[in-house]
Design a binder for this molecule. Structure first.
Ligand SMILES: [Zn+2]
Length: 234
């Protein structure tokens, strides 16, 4: 972690000491971020163990993805939305790490995704990450890595805004809608790996597809995808 994210991590301990980030009730254990009631009511999808699940179907005919899953159903005004909000906008990295651990447990217990040997957080635009002080997808990856013991590869996949020179003629239509483009800084780091691309919420999958497409330009790479939540509304 950078110094800033360490500072934010400590700061979030001060801000969210002993109350459930989901419902605000008192927590008995200092290490918890949500209470047992909220945890038990998180809407798990079961997709990690389910071949042909709706997340895999998003990429059918668009991109070769070995396996894909989202951990939870996303809905508005839910405990999960509050947790994601805490992670993204309130510097609550502890909540994010815990969410990542739960995602890692789902993956580990699924019996699939066993070939994964690197985690790649979907990159933010650099100016956005600078402002936030961290990438929430990296925090999720670090939580997952606690459970499945594979390295988190940061700064290998980079995200750029389109400029006139990057938006070349001849790109197919679908790329026009994607917010930014992706580049691989050091392809040798990904060669012969089965990487898991990770983000917080998937909706249309367009950004994951664009990023995955860049990764798949390296011929010896296998690609799988995981997100914390699935928002089925377009
Ligand atoms: Zn609660």
């Amino acid at each position: 972690m950078t110094n800033i994210s360490k500072w934010l991590h400590n700061f979030s301990h001060l801000l969210y000491p002993h109350i459930c980030a989901g419902c605000g009730s008192d927590l008995l254990e200092q290490d918890q971020t949500i209470c047992l009631h909220c945890y038990a009511n998180l809407p798990e999808t079961g997709f990690f163990a389910l071949p042909g699940n709706p997340i895999e179907k998003i990429f059918y005919g668009r991109l070769e993805v070995a396996s894909a899953a989202a951990g939870y159903y996303f809905s508005k005004n839910s405990v999960l939305q509050r947790l994601i909000h805490q992670l993204k906008y309130h510097g609550n990295l502890k909540a994010g790490q815990q969410l990542g651990q739960w995602l890692g447990l789902q993956l580990k217990n699924s019996g699939r995704f066993t070939e994964i040997n690197a985690l790649i957080p979907l990159p933010l635009f650099p100016d956005k990450e600078r402002k936030r002080g961290y990438n929430q997808a990296t925090v999720l990856c670090e939580g997952m890595a606690d459970i499945i013991n594979v390295p988190v590869l940061k700064d290998i996949v980079l995200r750029k805004r389109y400029t006139d020179t990057q938006t070349k003629k001849g790109r197919s239509e679908r790329w026009v809608n994607v917010d930014g483009s992706f580049e691989i800084s050091d392809p040798t780091q990904l060669q012969n790996k089965h990487v898991l691309l990770v983000d917080d919420v998937i909706t249309t999958g367009a950004t994951m597809e664009a990023c995955g497409y860049s990764i798949k330009q390296i011929e010896t790479v296998e690609l799988s995808m995981a997100t914390l939540a699935w928002s089925s509304r377009d």
